[in-house]
Design a protein around this ligand. Sequence first.
Ligand code: DX5
Ligand code: ZN
Length: 220
Amino acid sequence: RIAPLLAPSLLAADFANLQAETQRLAPSAADWLHCDVMDGRFVPNISFGIPVLQAIHRHAQQPLDVHLMIEEPQHYLSAFRDAGAANITVHYEACPHLHRVVQQIKALGCRAGVALNPHTPVSVLEDIIADLDLVCIMSVNPGFGGQSFIPNTLRKVAALKELIVDYNSAALIEIDGGVSLQNAAALVEAGADVLVAGSFVFNSPDPVATLADMRQQLNA
Ligand code: DX5
Ligand code: ZN
């Protein structure tokens, strides 16, 4: 078992202190900083957008893992890249021309990710999986932090792992939503490469210690 990458989600951080929140994660066990962009259309919530991402980037040491929960993401890809995104993940359900969007993200020099809602089977990625750097399996319905993990996710991770092997893809498997130390080991066992965690990290008394704890338990 290979140790997973840890990507704390800033959605659960203190938005009034994003500089401090970002800086205290700099020496932590976080590998990426997960940034959730919501438009109030694709998902029933609005979070933050390009200027805020830019501000986070000024203080971040880790690569920004940008999760776009927005309609028509193709209009904003270069703006997100310019704001500091290292990874850009778009939703399968928001992209009728997904192949083009993926090529556009890669042409910008970013890692290209595709996220799947809980009801979307991994089989829809069959003809694009070889081109992807990242697949994000949503283990809650996107839009809010603090929701409970959908157990069927474990089956999806195993199915995606099989698809990746079959198509000789280099895509990393990322899990987003309701991740905690209760389900992290099972997810890694099933094939997860990247774990996103929002409330589990930021609602704990000491987020940096919680990340160290995750790192230690998952490397064991
Ligand atoms: C949900 C977001 C997640 C969220 C995870 O729409 O995509 O990244 O921040 O938060 P938790 O870990 O609290 O479920
Ligand atoms: Zn997310």
